[in-house]
Ligand binder design. Structure first.
Ligand code: ASP
Length: 594
């Protein structure tokens, strides 16, 4: 080894020992006759002191050293002189008095400073990711990620799970996104699909009798990208046999609590996770992934305003459309411009307008264009329903239930951000259960699965599949945390007849089903045990535990929001020969119509 210790290791008890350290020059300060080098490696930083009196050759070498040079020093550990102890640094009580300096490599001037946490634009960070990865923030995040994954592996192994790898070159999987396709050279015209998740394979492992499977699995989904999505991501894929829903929820809850307590920088809000039905979550928060760090719940005021003189509300209520509201504390002073911004966001969610009532801080009087349509009793009832105080702003939406929920959950999130509620450093986990089996509304006369087509209905709802499929609830469950869905799973269908029925409701002909999932359907004929599983998203969980807003900050080599790798320049064009081998041709892009 070119070092005896890491740069984060030396303490007072090492004083007097001769050590060799090697790492990068974090900073070099020339004090005239003495050069201080902060030497850095993954484990930390140590101050090395190169004194011209002690080592003239070492000093001459140190004079040529620049930031990010790779250097090896040998010297004696010594306590720092009085007044120079750095309490912020784990090695801050000591320094190494250098006897020998070896420059192992030089370095060009880096495009940004490694040792300072100042803001560098993300394009540059991604272009030079290997330099960005030297910085403290990403080192901390990747260590946290490693610790989280190690915790998961140990936890599950102790409980009888085994880790099994499944293929990356496989066949289309049913998570509802677009597949990444890989052309086969040996079978021209045929393609593998990269797995959107190992869903079918983990179910097949249950048929195969493995009972408790997990995998730190890479998943690929060619979705339209959003700021917080990545085309490839990692999930903890799990499946268990002979279990019921609550067995999985309890186990995953214990895993999450243990993991957060062991590795997270952000603490748990509570060590019991709330369990909300889908209906309750959407009624109270407008969404099935509510942020429970704050209140601002949606309140239904249809009964109060349905009989009011405000025609829009009265007519909507008569037509069965709800009127719901949220209360933003202290926001009565919002300007016209701020209110217009909120209304703009509501319109983006499909609202035709956004109604508001501002309670004046001193008089308690109601301000707002619609205030005059309500009686004093109605206004009092509204404030009471929302528990609103003078100085608060009430935002009201009325439309179809879906629009009202989208509008108010968007505004709730936006106001929480403006009010600083989302800065709260805690992790508020909750389970959402009892999802509808199918999404609302038909697609081409067929139902779309709300999770995926292998999710089982609640046993007591199976009969409803024949009479009222839209009312069927499923055994799907999601784990949410701070407004993100961090895991999703379900108890699966293990009965072929039921699976065939669901496929036909979804509009899958038996032929289509056989072509895509024939292997699975066939396997189910050979004794499939009752089973279920879940897949927590590792990237998002680690980002939450690191207090990072974006999953890119917890991935070593992420892609941009446009799915490109700026460092390696991927995706990239390939040689004509490579296309020929695959018997592929690139279609000319049609000329853009002017
Ligand atoms: N395969 C599902 C997903 O990736 C998770 C599961 O059902 O276990 O969302």
């Amino acid at each position: 080894m070119l070092k005896t210790h890491s740069c984060g290791e030396l303490r007072r008890e090492h004083v007097g020992q001769t050590v060799t350290l090697a790492g990068w020059v974090n900073r070099r300060r020339d004090m005239g006759g003495v050069i201080f080098i902060d030497l850095r490696d993954r484990a930390g930083k140590t101050q090395a002191v190169v004194d011209s009196g002690r080592t003239p050759e070492g000093f001459a070498a140190a004079e040529g050293i620049r930031s990010e040079y790779v250097v090896q020093v040998t010297g004696v550990v010594s306590p720092r002189p009085e007044g120079q102890v750095n309490a912020n640094l784990p090695t801050g009580e000591i320094e190494v008095l250098v006897d020998q300096v070896v420059i192992l490599n030089t370095a060009k001037t880096t495009p940004f400073l490694i040792d300072r946490d100042d803001t560098v634009d993300e394009t540059t960070r991604l272009r030079y990711r290997y330099l960005d990865l030297r910085r403290e923030r990403l080192q901390r995040n990747l260590m946290l990620r490693h610790n989280a994954i190690k915790f998961i592996r140990d936890f599950l192994a102790e409980r009888g799970f085994i880790e099994i790898e499944t293929p990356i070159l496989f066949k289309s999987t049913p998570e509802g996104a677009r597949d990444y396709l890989v052309p086969s050279r040996v079978h021209p015209g045929k393609f593998y699909a990269l797995p959107q998740s190992p869903q079918q394979l983990k179910q097949l492992l249950m048929v195969a009798g493995y009972e408790r499977y997990f995998q730190i699995a890479r998943c690929f989904r060619d979705e339209d990208l959003r700021a917080d999505r990545q085309p490839e991501f990692t999930q903890l894929d799990m499946e268990m046999s002979f279990v019921e829903r609550d067995d999985i929820l309890n186990l995953v809850e214990e895993l999450m609590i243990g993991m957060v307590q062991a590795v997270s920088l952000v603490p748990l809000a509570s060590t019991t996770f709330a369990r909300l039905s889908y209906a309750e979550a959407t009624e109270r928060f407008g969404t099935d992934r509510p942020d429970l760090r704050y209140g601002m719940e949606l309140k239904d005021i249809s009964d109060i305003v349905g009989s009011s003189a405000f025609r829009v509300f009265a007519e909507n209520v008569a037509a069965g459309k709800p009127v719901k509201a949220i209360c933003a504390p202290g926001c009565a002073s919002y300007s016209r411009k701020q209110l217009d911004e909120l209304e703009g966001m509501a319109r983006e969610q499909g609202a035709k307008a956004l109604a508001w009532l501002a309670i004046q801080p001193d008089s308690g009087e109601m301000r707002g264009p619609i205030a005059k349509f309500f009686t004093v009793d109605q206004l009092i009832a509204i404030t009471e329903r929302l528990d609103a105080q003078p100085g608060d702003l009430i935002l009201i939406s009325s439309d179809s239930k879906a629009i009202v929920h989208n509008v108010l959950s968007t505004l709730r999130t936006e106001l929480a951000r403006r009010l600083g509620y989302t800065d709260k450093k805690e992790l508020a986990f909750a389970w959402v259960i009892d999802f509808p089996l199918f999404e609302e509304g038909l697609e081409d006369g067929h139902f779309a699965p709300s999770h995926h087509m292998f999710t089982a209905p609640k046993p007591e709802h199976i009969a409803l599949l024949d009479t009222d499929p839209a009312a069927v609830l499923s055994q799907q469950y999601d784990l949410v945390c701070n407004g993100f869905e961090v895991a999703g799973g379900s108890i699966r269908i293990h009965d072929q007849t039921l699976q065939a029925k669901i496929m036909s409701l979804i509009g899958f002909s038996m032929e289509q089903a056989k072509e895509q999932f024939g292997h699975l359907l066939e396997a189910f004929e050979f004794g499939a045990p009752p089973h279920g599983g879940i897949a927590p998203g590792i990237d998002r969980l680690v980002a939450l535990m690191a207090g990072e807003p974006n999953i890119r900050e917890v991935m070593a080599f992420p892609k941009t929001a446009q799915a490109t790798d700026l460092m390696a320049d991927a995706p990239s064009v390939v040689l004509p020969r490579q296309l020929d081998e695959l018997q592929l041709a690139i279609k000319e892009k049609p000329a853009k119509a002017s």
